[in-house]
Design a protein around this ligand. Structure first.
Ligand SMILES: [Zn+2]
Length: 236
């Protein structure tokens, strides 16, 4: 019986390993997703600026076309001076030319705004690019590491499971069934006595119970947490 209980403690240790492996297996994909989302978010500001820049470049091309046609328009009006025959026509033409010049100036000012915006955005994009690259590199390194661990995890799980089968094989069936059917986390099903207390919940064992656990004649459960009490070499 003592041997069986000691083996149960061992089994519990193996189960704890399995539990933490399973936990990592669940946790890593979520962490990978989270880190990928951070990379995407870091790239978003840059993408928005690129889109804005493209829009200003479109406006720049439009302004350049507008300037070209405004200039042609002005030239065409100026050429009409040679065919003006009286003052009235001259004044009218002068006014039209003023209007042409105003339109040209407006297009030129719009072009300037576009060029300035493009330059500002280019500087902004450069800054964002560096920040993005930094974030991407840090996150990607961790993602690769997690992925590598995740890939090798099944191998680890298989190894621990093989060890579990081995340990479980040494335990009397009745005892094993009691352990397996316990509710709650596997890490709290068996507990060694430590300094006269339950090693799991630290409740002091009454003296009589303590000696019963030590004698190992029947299964004693901790009155507080329900763990199967075991007396091992460190229980003295
Ligand atoms: Zn306890």
């Amino acid at each position: 019986m003592r041997e069986g209980l000691l083996q149960l403690l061992k089994l519990q240790e193996v189960d704890k390993e399995l539990e933490s492996l399973e936990e990592s297996k669940d946790k890593y994909p979520a962490e990978i997703d989270e880190r990928q989302a951070e990379i995407d978010a870091a790239g978003q500001a840059m993408q928005e600026m690129e889109a804005e820049k493209a829009e200003w470049e479109r406006k720049q091309r439009q302004s350049e076309l507008d300037i070209e046609s405004a200039k042609a328009n002005l030239k065409e009006h100026e050429e009409r001076f040679s065919v003006v025959t009286n003052n009235k026509e001259y004044d009218a033409l002068q006014m039209e030319i003023e209007a042409c010049k105003t339109a040209l100036a407006e297009h030129e000012s719009l072009l300037l705004t576009s060029l300035e915006s493009i330059q500002n955005l280019e500087e902004g994009i450069e800054g964002e690019k560096n920040a993005f690259e930094e974030t991407r590199q840090t996150q990607q390194e961790r993602i690769d590491e997690l992925q590598k661990q995740l890939d090798s995890m099944q191998e680890l799980v298989d190894g621990v499971e093989a060890r579990r089968t081995e340990v479980a094989g040494t335990i009397e069936k009745r005892l094993l069934t009691i352990y397996e059917r316990r509710r709650g986390p596997r890490s709290k099903r068996v507990s060694a006595v430590r300094k006269g207390s339950c090693g799991t919940c630290f409740r002091q064992l009454p003296p009589q119970q303590r000696s019963e656990v030590r004698r190992c004649e029947r299964i004693i459960n901790c009155e507080n947490c329900g763990a199967i009490m075991v007396w091992d070499e460190d229980s003295e």
